[in-house]
Design a binder for this molecule. Structure first.
Ligand code: NI
Length: 392
């Protein structure tokens, strides 16, 4: 597999960086040590500009190649998860209750590798901006960087992201053209009933029965009201009511998530859940309070940039190892905010190599270091292809 030779030469350095980051995980917007580590290395590599504290703990580096107007942004996320690590590896987390269980340590190490390569070779025409973002895990660090003026200060034409994908074999890539990951929203339904004696339900207004009816009925939104060829998930994951066996409680709270790809389907789910919950509550003589909080938008790849990403990946691993039409997933990703602001692509890089798949967000997860040179070679060739200084 044609890894870029120069990148292969510092595979051991990237492995050391990755393992250092793995041993010292930091949660979203707390990545001060991580950001300092990243900035120190970027300065060593001789990047042209280095900016810290973008979107609180984000870091941006600018590398200029030969003369040219093209400007592209490459992004890695830096945050860890609140999970107690059980991997048993030598470089396991040294911080109780925190670990890199999503491979963002690997993403950071690969983008650092790309920075070193690009600053050294400058075999491209134009400007590359490297975005090391905080808080991908639920706290919208990408949005924080954008609100901090990311694209005004670093006006790139296109943005690219990458995520390790343990479900795909090492040496393969997956590139969705169009929706890749879903919008992720959260809702809370509070049912106000009237508590009473469990033996005299006629004197009470029972929020447990009403809540159970809502849980069942909510599943008919996806199965009976949305086009079967569209995609949506409604999961009610929390149902809190009551304290004991012989008392009807006065209140119940339901909590869950809605995942969709299309804006109209998202609007529809938000509205139908409200109508269904308040309708059932009112039919059963209860009050209903409904809150719907919109989270990450869907991650939607742009056509031209997806072709470019797939072509760069094919150059590294071979065309037959790049799936240009993988199934989207209903998980969510805050790179979606960058893709709303600029055209771009978010690619999946396979990391699985023998044995059982170690799942993302699992306490035994560890990024596969054998993927570091592949991901960094992808970044290198993506830049050199998009910003070629050879006359075409
Ligand atoms: Ni992740």
């Amino acid at each position: 597999m044609p890894i870029v030779n120069r990148v292969a030469e510092f595979h051991d350095d990237m492995t050391a960086w990755r393992r250092h980051l793995h041993a010292h995980p930091e949660l979203g917007f707390e990545e001060t040590q991580t950001a300092a580590f990243v900035a120190r290395h970027l300065a060593e590599f001789g990047v042209d500009e280095l900016h810290e504290g973008i979107g609180r703990t984000g870091v941006v580096a600018v590398i200029r190649g030969r003369e040219g107007n093209a400007r592209i942004g490459l992004r890695a996320d830096m945050d860890a998860l609140p999970i107690q690590e059980r991997s048993g590896v030598a470089h396991a987390s040294t911080v109780a209750g925190k670990m890199h269980a999503c491979g963002h340590d690997g993403h950071t190490a690969m983008l650092l590798g790309a920075a070193r390569y690009l600053a050294e070779t400058r075999n491209f025409a134009g400007t590359v901006c490297l975005f090391f973002q905080p808080a991908e895990e639920g706290r919208a660090g990408a949005k924080a960087m954008i609100e901090d003026g990311l694209f005004e200060r670093f006006p790139v034409d296109e943005v690219y992201g990458l995520h390790n994908w343990p479900g795909m074999p090492l040496g393969s890539f997956g590139v969705c053209n169009g929706p890749a990951m879903a919008a992720s929203d959260e809702f809370t339904i509070r049912l106000e009933g009237r508590g009473g004696h469990a033996a005299m339900p006629n004197l009470a207004a029972d929020p447990v029965t009403a809540g159970a009816t809502i849980v069942q009925a909510a599943q008919t939104i996806v199965s009976r009201q949305i086009d079967p060829l569209d995609n949506a998930v409604i999961s009610i994951t929390k149902f809190i009511a009551g304290d004991t066996f012989n008392v009807i409680p006065g209140e119940a709270v339901l909590n869950g998530t809605v995942r969709t790809f299309k804006p109209e389907t998202r609007d529809f789910c938000e509205r139908r859940l409200r109508e269904l919950a308040s309708g059932i509550a009112s039919a059963m003589g209860l009050g209903c309070e409904y809150r719907y909080r919109r989270g990450y938008p869907p991650t939607v790849n742009h056509p031209n940039q997806s072709v470019a990403a797939g072509d760069a990946a094919a150059e590294i691993v071979g065309a037959d190892r790049v799936d240009r039409n993988p199934m989207p997933v209903m998980g969510a990703e805050d790179f979606s905010y960058m893709l709303e602001a600029r055209p771009g692509n978010y690619i999946w890089m396979g990391t699985h190599e023998g044995g059982p798949v170690s799942a993302l967000h699992h306490p035994e997860f560890d990024f596969n270091d054998n993927a570091l040179s592949i991901g960094t070679s992808y970044w290198a060739r993506l830049v050199e292809r998009l910003m070629s200084h050879e006359p075409v």
